[in-house]
Design a protein around this ligand. Sequence first.
Ligand SMILES: *Cc1c(COP(=O)(O)O)cnc(C)c1O
Length: 431
Amino acid sequence: MSDEAKTYGFDTLQLHAGAQPDPATGARQTPIYQNTAYVFRDADHAAALFNLQELGFIYSRLGNPTVAVLQERVATLEGGVGAVACASGHAAQVMALFPLMGPGDNFVASSRLYGGSINQFGHAFKHFGWEVRFVDTEDPDAVKAAIDGKTKAVFCESIANPGGYISDLKALAGIAHDAGVPLLVDNTSATPYLCRPLEHGADIVIHSTTKYLCGNATSMGGMVVDKGTFDWGASGRFPNMTEPEASYHGLKFFETFGNLAFTFYSIAITLRDIGMCQAPMNAFQTLLGIETLSLRMDKHCENALKVAQHLEQHSAVEYVSYAGLESSPYYSRVAEYCPKGASSIFTFGVKGGYDACVKLVDSVELFSHLANLGDARSLIIHSASTTHRQLTPEQQSAAGAGPEVVRLSIGLETAEDLIADLDQALAKAVG
Ligand SMILES: *Cc1c(COP(=O)(O)O)cnc(C)c1O
């Protein structure tokens, strides 16, 4: 679909990219290939598949026809050469770093991240011998200073969850590329409809498809998209990509596959050996969600702006941290990186602090109090007592999740109903 991808609009691609009527049955909607393995035509065919000389399906841990449609669709929407799906957003973060890292290596990450990512990077990754260096990405000198000879990537979120922060992707890409390392961007909160990081210098995009891409809170999933332009051979930093691969009889991925080296490594090594494949049923649900992505994101953004503007002038509210508001220090970055809108996740400070926040989440009726975002339904959570509970107070504040902070994920309901629900709950919480 690559030539067509240049001419078709986003609304067309979100419906068609990667899909065609099922060659076996003519089924127009992508079928759910709920199966594990695929019969070889003959022994030569089997050998060619296992040698990566011919593309095809072997075993669903490595690839599945339903999942493959989702991969091509997201690669097209992001403008990448290849994408690999996996079981969750957290699996995608492992998958994005696995081709780059080895024991003793490090990567530099923004301190403004999804709370679960801070835990995963700071604790679980130590088991692999991977070190994360958290920095304030608003301070270019701090980012540069954190990079050393063992650094393999710079990592940030486009629109950072939860604090309404928008990363300066061009600046970060410049710093990363000067040091010979790729910029990895978690684009979960923005989706490719609102922001296309690969057009702003990013090399790899990561998604939790669990959120807006699926959009109906039915299916966990992750995705890693490669732009295909990073030169893995230039710096000598990426032996996994350039040196002979012992588990593939000495295959050199970058030399053999060029701009698809990262994607092939992710399938042939990461999925094969780590095994975090996506279920076909989840890929199907996510494909259904993506069919209406642009329509939903427009409404998410419109509703979020209405709710944020209302809260900003509410007497029980200290501040609203939403990049879509003119009062936000990141408002100018909306025009640069996500001109169609600042997504629908944002935080606000409640007068009365921790106790008032807990009362607030217990008083809402239409909003659901739960740990998710990007659902069609509106969601509320008090980060300090839930998602960011395991972090130190300093980490909580750095991540925009202090004790007075409530996070909203604004859904697709009638905006006035959402505003009325927050008004009645704030009245009970703050009095
Ligand atoms: C949810 C989320 C993740 C983790 O994704 P899962 O699908 O829950 O594993 C990572 N990054 C961001 C920005 C998220 O919102």
